[in-house]
Design a protein around this ligand. Structure first.
Ligand SMILES: [Zn+2]
Length: 480
């Protein structure tokens, strides 16, 4: 093993700076209490598989969490699962995504929610995302959501119409500030007509009544009548429950700024009187698929499992993500994925060459690289620069093997590219399309919890002397 000349790590002086959507500035970040950063991330609506654009916000939040942990802070990270409501657009008209999926498939909303929550958790694991400290489901926090709406009703921020209880945005003077909204322009738009009795275009539902004569699968009693919570309410109620009435960081995709996060801020600040409710708001940009915004409603769906089937291990997508700054749009193309695959394979190969290398480690040789890596991330999570430092180390002819491994192992706590275990592509695997197809079929069976089929395929392969090993990068096989 590596000999450590000096185990004490020099502190990295440069502070962490993050671009805050609330102020439109890069600001120095420090946790507000005891070195513990409290972070809330808007999670998935679990009526279908998360597409790879949604997965970017998971990778982005993971990069943030791992960077703060690497800097020595502790983290309380909360992610929600929207398993009720969430209409087909951000406004208060349209169908309920969960109920519609239930009608279309003939299954219960809860079965659908459970299936896609599990699939999303599997995807996160394959992408190397750390488990959140709290994973909270909207349906398990209905009383907390009702309590939040009650606070708003008591304080006079709401009105009731046949559709439900609505938040009156004109009662919150700062409503337009966060997203720099043009409310006058919005008022002349058509949206206000979407819901009868709604007073202003920006007003939003806190509690929606179940339609007369329609039997919903998901509805609850409330002081105002049977129904279900408006989509935005869950994030305020659950983040406050687990992180307190104010906290440090809230993350999500840029598509959440104008409506969802603006409404979260309005209802939270009015219910609790704290301003700002959350100090730092961080938003990741979109992934573009062939120039189109990747949203399920536009019919462009690409899921992680498709990539794996096409021969791109999940961590290639993580490497792809790390190649752009989170505030840049990323174009998802086959060429870009091929380039990411080549780059990732080369990095894994370089790491494998020095993996567990013993010998001398000169602190003065590695310290400048360690500092540059930390500084790259401290500069608003500049992952492309951090990856470039990792490459410098991987190629670094002036560094001894043990020094290269020491740094790569440390950097991988943030990059999480599995450099300690990943097998370089082509190694151990032989080119045999028939075996590849069987291995892929077994993997699919495992993912759908069809263990009988998975075991049968494994036994058939074993009979041919083929061993399948499951790694975080997907299955690898070899002949014994
Ligand atoms: Zn949210």
């Amino acid at each position: 093993m590596a000999e450590r000349v000096n185990t004490a790590r020099a502190p990295v002086e440069v502070p962490v700076q993050l671009f805050n959507t609330r102020t439109l500035k890069k600001e120095i970040f420090e946790p507000s209490e005891d070195g513990n950063a409290r972070i809330y991330t808007c999670g998935p609506t679990v009526y279908a598989a998360a597409h790879i654009g949604n997965l970017r916000s998971n990778l982005f939040a993971d990069l943030l969490v791992r960077t703060l942990l690497h800097r020595g802070y502790s983290v309380t990270h909360v992610i929600n699962v929207t398993d009720v409501g969430h209409l087909t657009d951000d406004a208060d008209a349209g169908e309920d995504k969960m109920e519609r999926a239930a009608v279309e498939t003939g299954r219960t909303a809860m079965e659908i929610a459970e299936q896609y929550t599990q699939l999303w958790l599997d995807d996160r694991e394959r992408l190397g995302c750390r488990l959140p400290d709290v994973l909270c489901r909207a349906t398990e926090h209905i009383p907390e959501q009702i309590a939040l709406v009650e606070r708003l009703v008591e304080r006079g921020f709401t009105y009731q119409i046949p559709d439900g209880v609505y938040f009156d945005t004109t009662k919150f003077p700062g409503y337009a500030d966060f997203a720099r909204l043009d409310l006058a322009g919005q008022a002349s738009g058509a949206r206000i007509a979407d819901v009868e009795g709604k007073r202003h275009a920006a007003d939003f539902a806190l509690w929606k009544f179940a339609e007369e004569g329609v039997q919903r699968q998901q509805e609850w009693g409330s002081p105002w009548g049977r129904g279900f919570p408006g989509w935005h309410v869950e994030c305020s109620a659950m983040s406050i429950q687990y992180l307190g009435e104010t906290f440090d960081l809230h993350t999500g995709g840029v598509d959440h700024i104008k409506v969802h996060h603006t409404n979260e801020i309005a209802q939270s600040e009015c219910a609790y009187g704290m301003r700002p409710w959350v100090r730092f708001w961080l938003h990741n940009e979109f992934v573009n698929l062939a120039g189109e915004k990747m949203a399920k409603s536009e019919g462009n769906v690409a899921v992680l499992q498709d990539l794996v089937r096409q021969g791109y291990p999940a961590l290639v997508y993580r490497y792809f993500f790390l190649q752009a700054h989170y505030r840049q749009q990323q174009s998802f193309t086959r060429d870009a994925m091929d380039a990411a695959k080549t780059g990732y394979d080369r990095l894994v190969r370089a790491a494998a060459e020095v993996r567990d290398a013993g010998g001398e480690v000169r602190e003065d040789a590695i310290e400048p690289l360690r500092v540059r890596f930390a500084e790259s991330l401290a500069d608003d999570l500049n992952a492309p620069r951090a990856v470039a430092v990792a490459w410098e180390v991987a190629r670094g002819s002036e560094l001894l093997p043990a020094e290269r491994w020491e740094l790569l192992r440390e950097f991988d706590q943030v990059l999480r590219l599995d450099l300690a275990n990943a097998t370089p592509a082509g190694e151990g695997a032989e080119n045999d399309p028939r075996v590849e197809a069987l291995v892929a079929e077994r993997e699919e069976a495992r993912r759908t919890r069809d263990f009988a089929t998975a075991d049968r395929i494994r036994d058939e392969l074993a009979a041919e002397g083929i061993v399948v090993k499951d790694t975080p990068n997907g299955p690898r096989w070899s002949r014994t």
